[in-house]
Design a protein. Sequence first.
Length: 412
Amino acid sequence: MEDMKQLIETTEATLTPYFKVIEETAFVNQEKVLDAFHAVKATESDLQGTTGYGYDDFGRDHLEEIYAHTFKAEDALVRPQIISGTHAITIALQSTLKYGDELLYITGNPYDTLLEVIGINGNGIESLKEHGVHYNKVDLKNGDINIQEVLKQINDQTKVIAIQRSKGYDQRPSINLDVIENAIKQIKAQHPNIIIFVDNCYGEFVEQREPIECGADLIAGSLIKNPGGGLAKIGGYIAGKKDLIARCGYRLTAPGIGKEAGASLNSLQEMYQGFFLAPHVVSQSLKGALFTSLLLEKMEMRTNPRYDEPRTDLIQTVAFENKEQMIRFCQSIQQASPINAHFSPEPAYMPGYEDDVIMAAGTFVQGSSIELSADGPIRPPFEAYVQGGLTYEHVKLAVSRAAHHLKSQQLI
Ligand SMILES: *Cc1c(COP(=O)(O)O)cnc(C)c1O
């Protein structure tokens, strides 16, 4: 145990300058969010929701302006009726892609749940494919967007180009905003009318800019990840060009109604407060990710990214030798959770995922991955995705204990 304490101390000493950089980013983003609250004159009565149709829901409308202002978008849709990140992305894709159009993913395979949305996997019902939308993808080349190949694959049908910023459950690097900006510039120079969509899940507030500032037309994400700040209990957002957001509104509710209706019930207070806290909470998660990366690296495990690499999302990958190590690690994270710590997760089928998934998450909000969670599909190379953490201290405790368990059970 004594050498564990020593290991933690040297880990934190090495991380000090990197933590400073994370704090600077949190400060810049906190100011952006505060300025957005001031720009819309956020008022106490905005925190009260509406019922029924939700007409004249000024709190909802102001919150959407706050998102738009912060992300430098013309407009935004931020709703409890958007049930998840997948739902937000689905609305964005369905409302921009019509019969005969092509969707081109340029960051390799999309996130698991989107494979069924597009119609690559699953029964195809109501997929983009069933609606006559074609799909194509360009894989990353040496971890980078292969822009030459992208430009070659674009054709008259290419309507939307999709970029997934975070690696999600894939073994590729996440794509930072400089790379995204460069790709968008080159695409737009030749094809100014193509809609650039960015799946921004896990990316919000990790860098000092967001994808719209890098030329994206439309972005989407989940409120039980970064922008909900750990407080939002449900919701998704889409932000971008005004005409595209209007379309998304029609798709979410009904043509003619759009974003004018949709009661916010009791969701607004936590969505406002969560967005206000989000830059700081994201910084806590990031510090936790760096700690996880370096501590486990010191214990001779393979972690990605390394602690000293610049980040664009919250995902920390830890690679295990085998299934047992991976399952034990995730179970230890669960044991250090505030809720359901006395339950032990087992790999199981999850709707939308092809392989069995283990999910360690003793979270206040079900499935929330801005709260500390460790999960991954049980398939070689047995990589667990460790993300989130409302406080750095909690991540430090949980990961230190998990590392200690693996060691004391001679699994590493
Ligand atoms: C989490 C995630 C999604 C889907 O979000 P859910 O809220 O789980 O539906 C999509 N893309 C990426 C990159 C993600 O990380």
